[in-house]
Write a protein that binds this ligand. Sequence first.
Ligand code: PMP
Length: 437
Amino acid sequence: AMANDIGDAHWLPFTAMRQFRSNPMMFLAAEGMHYTSADGRRILDGMAGLWCVNAGHGQPRIVEAIREAAGRLDFVSSFKMTHPATFELAGRLAGIAPEGFGRVFFTNSGSEAVDSALKIARGYHRARGDAGRTKFIGRAKGYHGMGFGGLSVGGIGRHKRDFGPLLPDVAHLSLPYDRASMGFSRGQPDAGAHYADELESLLQINDPATVAAVIVEPVIGSGGVYPPPKEYLERLRSICSRHGILLIFDEVITGFGRLGTAFAAQALRVTPDLITCAKGMTNGAVPMGGVLIRDFIFDAFMAGPPEAIELFHGYTYSGHPLACAAGLAALDVYEELRLFERTAVIATTWQEALHSLRDEPHIADIRNIGLLGVVELAARKGEPGARGASCAQSCYDNGVLVRASGDLIVLSPPLIIDEEQIAQIVDSIRSAVRQMN
Ligand code: PMP
């Protein structure tokens, strides 16, 4: 019999076992927009797996590329050796990145991409003889992975609570969101750019000459899908530039089309200095992440005498042949389907559908941008998270996979979603909240 009680299994899924003790959703296969569950149902995937399967599951071209690569060259290190696909993929990524991002550092995950970007930021300042710039500034509700670097700059309290001490000398900006005035905004809220001015205040407490980088998700994802207010990121950008501080966009979720362009930096028209990515990089099919690097940073690394600074950093699986093959095939598929352009168009339908839930019972807020969305339910008195869990369960019973995070229903469907499937997701939430007390 198939174990469906994690308490009796040998597998440790997450350390947060208490939230995951019994009855996990068990999946056997996936194709296109759907998973096949162990009980033989087709489940519409409203989360693109975990914000990553942007072109839908089981894309034949990606599957075939992985198969072919696995049979030809299983492994080669990136230390003093390499293989052609690393060069090819880096070139393709530079080609779709914002202008001037000519270099890519490969990792195996978003967490590693973030930790690498933080190290690259410090390394950049050191390479320029500016070793005093070591501090980082993140944001409340920011999520930057589970490494100690990412945890430290992250701003989700319960992720950090049991694992300290974290990196010292990290400050956090507050969440640029006020429910009363910005709730139910469609896309980017009109007001709220002033939240960026808080960075100037932080730089009065922390001498700007000691700050290496500011790291933000252009759209806060795991922390609850908060699109940035208009002009907010622009202001962060100009404050960072004024003080010689690097700006890192963590695009692990927003990268590869979710906002209708390859990267959020392009959709939102703000250019950071480093971009972290993962997830959609291989359409989720093989673990891979990376840091896209602006040329001036790379040039600073290479400028000094070789003995001046070593900047020794890299992973066994950086640029792994399977990941590179999957990455190249994913980019082919994205291009072939014109998936990013398509996303920009269908995002309007998505927005209208989500906001049609506004007058349903228990709805506290709805936020959206690109093909991201969140429906925030009002917490039941004394039972935080109960409505979120019940809504997600009811959707699942109706054949739709959504993600409950407390009382937030988080949505990030594959970008190949059509109008009917959008309606199916939204209607499953509608019927769930109507039945709920
Ligand atoms: N940064 C962001 C913005 C993310 O959303 C995530 C994953 N959800 C990560 C970093 C960490 O990525 P990974 O789980 O691949 O380590």
